[in-house]
Design a protein around this ligand. Structure first.
Ligand SMILES: [Zn+2]
Ligand SMILES: [Zn+2]
Ligand SMILES: [Zn+2]
Ligand SMILES: [Zn+2]
Length: 328
């Protein structure tokens, strides 16, 4: 472009870059399309790869299978919520980033430094910091939404008004998808006052905070979970909870396996026979009970997962022998 920079009539030729220059705009669009293709190809490869193998970030489980199941393990067993697998890309790098942060004893959400793993884990559990902070730009590259529009990330997309005039059905569908995922992000903001993800009693339909449900189970059913679980490691607690849930769901007494026609009669039976006690271990110490009976069973998220490392190592070895998780 020729301009009279000094104002004396002598023109200088300067090179201008910007979206308003057609060639520049085209170049940017081409690059964006190439990047989109690259990201989507990567995404498809990750989704179809069933030979993903990695140690769990939060327990000693050596996982084999597909990435979606690994993320589901993190979510269901450890309440670590990284988002829907279909919204994520470069999952291996994402997990590396999280691992590095946790190993350096920094909280995933607030990035605070802690003196050891136990204190860090306790902080993340209590504060519900087992998630990614939407303000943390280090993680932007792992969310597909940030690649969808040229030069924009989800923060900018979120602030745009909805484009109702768009008559292209596909892009409308994409738009609503984006709204959903952006909505999910903002849902992650903390609200410590309300009981988030209420916990349901193992025996009746009552639901409340974990502490309240523990005292309810103790008072109403004589089942003191705190006392019962004190000598149990994390995995045994998980198995016991999942077993009791399954039995109660099927209308079987968890202790004697008697079948009752409904929940009321089941509770009556358990109360009359004093069967609100820990069933024989061989009944529930089975690999199938690593898996929750109910999706998103919040009870599991409150189990004490601070095991002595040696015990954890031993257990996870045992778990590997017991069970091969990861069938897709
Ligand atoms: Zn795990
Ligand atoms: Zn934190
Ligand atoms: Zn109850
Ligand atoms: Zn019974």
């Amino acid at each position: 472009m020729l301009i009279d920079a000094k104002g004396d009539g002598t023109c200088v030729n300067i090179l201008v870059l910007g979206k308003f220059i057609p060639e520049d705009k085209k170049l940017r669009e081409d690059l964006h399309n190439k990047q989109m293709m690259w990201v989507l190809t990567q995404k498809i490869n990750e989704r179809e790869d069933k030979n993903f193998s990695r140690k769990c970030l939060l327990c000693r489980l050596q996982f084999k299978g597909c990435r979606a199941d690994y993320l589901s393990h993190l979510s269901r067993l450890h309440n670590m919520q990284l988002g829907q697998p279909e919204n994520l890309v470069f999952i291996d790098d994402l997990l590396n980033c999280i691992e590095t942060r946790l190993e350096s004893l920094h909280c995933l959400f607030c990035n605070k430094l802690f003196k050891n793993q136990t204190v860090l884990k306790e902080h993340m559990r209590k504060k519900q910091h087992k998630k990614i902070n939407p303000k943390d730009t280090e993680f932007d590259k792992f969310y597909i939404i940030n690649y969808l529009e040229m030069g924009k990330n989800w923060r900018q997309v979120k602030n745009e008004p909805d484009d109702d005039d768009d008559d292209d059905e596909l892009s409308n569908a994409e738009n609503s998808d984006r709204r959903v995922s952006v909505g999910n992000w903002s849902d992650w903001e903390e609200d410590e006052d309300k009981v988030e993800n209420p916990v349901v009693c193992l025996f009746c339909e009552r639901s409340s905070s974990f502490d309240e449900i523990q005292s309810h189970m103790n008072n109403a059913h004589g089942f003191d979970f705190t006392r019962i679980s004190v000598d149990m490691d994390f995995y045994h607690q998980v198995k016991l909870v999942n077993y009791v849930r399954r039995q109660v769901y099927m209308g079987h007494c968890p202790y004697c396996d008697k079948i009752l026609p409904n929940r009321r009669e089941l509770l009556e039976h358990m109360s009359m026979e004093s069967h609100f006690i820990v069933p024989q271990m061989q009944l529930w110490d089975q690999p199938e009970y690593f898996f929750p009976t109910y999706e998103n069973d919040s009870f599991l998220c409150h189990l004490n997962d601070h095991q002595d490392d040696m015990a954890e190592l031993h257990l996870s070895k045992k778990m590997e022998e017991d069970c091969h998780i990861g069938s897709c």
